[in-house]
Structure formats: C-alpha cells, structure tokens
Design a protein around this ligand. Structure first.
Ligand SMILES: *Cc1c(COP(=O)(O)O)cnc(C)c1O
Length: 347
C-alpha cells in the first residue's frame, strides 16, 4: 500500500516545489488572525459567517458546500464515503496517471482498489481509456482539472461523459488550480445534471493558505450528505475560518498573483525554448519541463543554490521531467537564471 510521501522541508530557500504562493497570503489574513480573542480560541468555532461568505464567493447555496481541513481531508472523506463498506469484491477507485499521490493513498486507506489509467504521450486527457476503466465495481473516479503535475486541462465534455457513464460512482473533480485555469464545473447547471459530481477546491494554492489548511467540497446537498456525516464537526480551526473569509475578500491580491503566474509561465516557456527543453503549456501555477537524463542533476544543482523544484521523473509518463512552480515573477527569474547556469555553465 502506498502512502503520501511528504516532501522533506528543504529549509531556507526558494520553494518552487509544492505550488505554494511564495508571496504569502493576503496581509488581511494575518490581521484577521491577530484580531481573534481569547474566547475565540477557547470556544468551538461557529461557521455561519464563513459558510455564507464562501458559498456566496463560489456562487452556490450553503447546502452545496462542505468546508474541510484542506482538500486532502475532502479526498479522505470522499474515499471513506464511497469505498469503505464494499461487500464482496473491493470497490474500485479510478485514478488517471500521472496523478496527485493522495488519491491512491486515500482510496487504498479506505479499503478500495485503485484502477489506474495510463497517460497518453502528449498528456491529452484519455477520455476513452477512462471510460473503458469503469466497471460495475467503480465507486469513485478522481479527475483533476487542470492536472497536477502536467498542467493539462480536462475537457468539460469528458467530465460529463464520465459522470454520465458512472452513475453508481462519485466523480471527484479536483479543481485545486481553478484560479489559474478559470475552468470550473461549479458554474452553470452541471451539478444539477450530474448528482454524482463533487467538485474539490483548495485555498492552499492561489490564496496562499497552505499552512492554515482549508479546502471545500461542492456538490448537490443529497450528494454531500453521506460525506458531511463522516466529516468531523469542527474540521476548520478558528484561524482557518477567519483566514478564509479575509482571503476571499481580497480580490486585488488574487488578481495580482494570477498576473504574476501568467507572466512567470511565459518566462519559463521562453527559457525552455532557448534551452531546447520540451514543456507542456500549463493551465495551472506550475510548468512540467522535460529535462531528460539531467533532471536529477538539475534538481540537485538548484538545491545547492537553495532553489527547490520537484523531480517528477518517477511519475508515469514523466521520465526526465521536473515541475517548477511559476508564481512570483522575481522568484521565477531567480530559478531560470540558476537553471541556465546549471544546464549550460556546468555542462
Ligand atoms: C495541493 C493539492 C491538493 C491539496 O490541497 P490542500 O487543501 O492543501 O489539502 C489537492 N489536490 C491537488 C491536485 C493539489 O495539487
């Protein structure tokens, strides 16, 4: 059984390995946490305001929202709700590779069997291959739009076809990077048409709240009900609850970061073109780059300069690939300068 391999903290330096917001969260978040009183800490939190604000922000009624302690908790809850009490043959969870490690860890932890779908060479979404992987034992399908680590989109009609073809399964659509792709299934009537669709969100990436742990699941009220029943009643601590309200209220901060990400990605593409490296134009805040045989040497060379990127060579379809977080332009420039030094000067 595989678990999520927590990446060791590299210490001081430039963290471009976990897709975090390296500019930090909105200053309003810190103000909101500072404003908490002694009894705010000693009383179990009331979630009325954070549910109302977040639901309004997402454009859904509060009955369609479940706030969780990071989307990771949402993945756990969805896995336990769908896979745990399989009588007879184990319930199956479909994972399209390369995928976020937590999917397999959660599905196996909940007693399910993971069925993987192999990636295509160009990382375009394998719709037919995914449909072919569905069986009468499929209870959960993990989709990630845009994908991590490839940054590639999943077409809307692929999501709808899969949801339609697996009525007995929950389709967990992980939209961790939606603030960069702009492509969501929450808007419109997709949730009404697909009672088995659950959209996952996190405020860890674009909003910079990774350490505070706050995510969300969005689905029809009846779909969320079995998941809500499993969720701890006070899954969000009071700091996360006030932080979330402050973060989503600061639209300027988000737009600034989205612009930084767009400019950083353009810089990475230009550098790759110069260096003759293949890459996949990304809909997220990171870029997967094929460095080839020197991938681990590059990661180590950058680490010596205290710049951390993620070696993804071991992932299916990702031989020779590294993933670089593309956030703050200044940080991207520092990374690219160091990359050119490692790949050229030390050749
Ligand atoms: C980072 C990430 C998450 C985890 O989000 P948390 O809210 O920090 O738990 C989930 N899914 C994907 C695809 C991610 O990249």
């Amino acid at each position: 059984m595989t678990g999520y391999l927590r990446v060791p903290d590299p210490g001081d330096g430039l963290r471009l390995h976990l897709n975090e917001n390296t500019a930090g969260c909105s200053p309003r978040v810190i103000e909101a946490i500072r404003a908490l009183s002694a009894t705010d800490a000693s009383f179990y939190p009331d979630y009325t305001a954070v549910y109302e604000d977040t639901a309004a922000h997402l454009g859904v009624p509060t009955s369609r929202l479940l706030l969780v302690n990071g989307l990771d908790e949402g993945l756990h809850l969805a896995s336990f709700a769908t896979l745990r009490d399989a009588s007879g043959a184990p319930a199956e969870a479909v994972v399209i590779e390369p995928a976020f490690d937590m999917y397999a860890a959660c599905a196996e932890g909940a007693g399910g069997r993971v069925v993987t779908v192999a990636p295509r060479a160009d990382f375009s979404f394998p719709t037919d291959e995914t449909l072919a992987a569905l069986t009468d034992r499929t209870r959960l399908v993990f989709l990630t739009n845009p994908n991590n680590p490839t940054g590639q989109p999943v077409p809307r009609e692929a999501i709808e076809r899969i949801a339609g073809a697996a009525p007995a399964a929950l389709v967990l659509l992980d939209e961790a990077y939606v603030e960069f792709s702009g492509d969501t299934m929450i808007d419109g009537d997709a949730l009404d048409r697909h009672p088995n669709l659950v959209v996952g969100r996190t405020f860890a990436k674009a909003y910079g709240l990774a350490a505070l742990r706050v995510g969300a699941l969005v689905a029809r009220a009846e779909t969320l009900e079995p998941i809500r029943r499993l969720a701890p009643p006070y899954s969000l601590n009071v700091c996360a609850a006030v932080a979330l309200r402050a973060a989503i209220a600061d639209g300027d901060r988000l737009r600034w970061y989205q612009d930084q990400v767009a400019r950083s990605k353009a810089l990475v593409y230009a550098a790759c073109d110069r260096l003759g490296l293949a890459y996949w134009p990304s809909a997220a805040n990171f870029v997967l780059v094929r460095v080839g045989e020197r991938a681990s040497e590059l990661v180590a060379g950058l680490a010596r300069r205290r710049i951390f990127i993620r070696d993804r060579s071991g992932e299916p379809g990702c031989a020779g690939c590294v993933r670089i977080t593309t956030g703050v332009v200044e940080h991207t420039e520092a990374c690219l300068e160091a990359m050119e030094a490692v790949l050229c000067d030390e050749a």
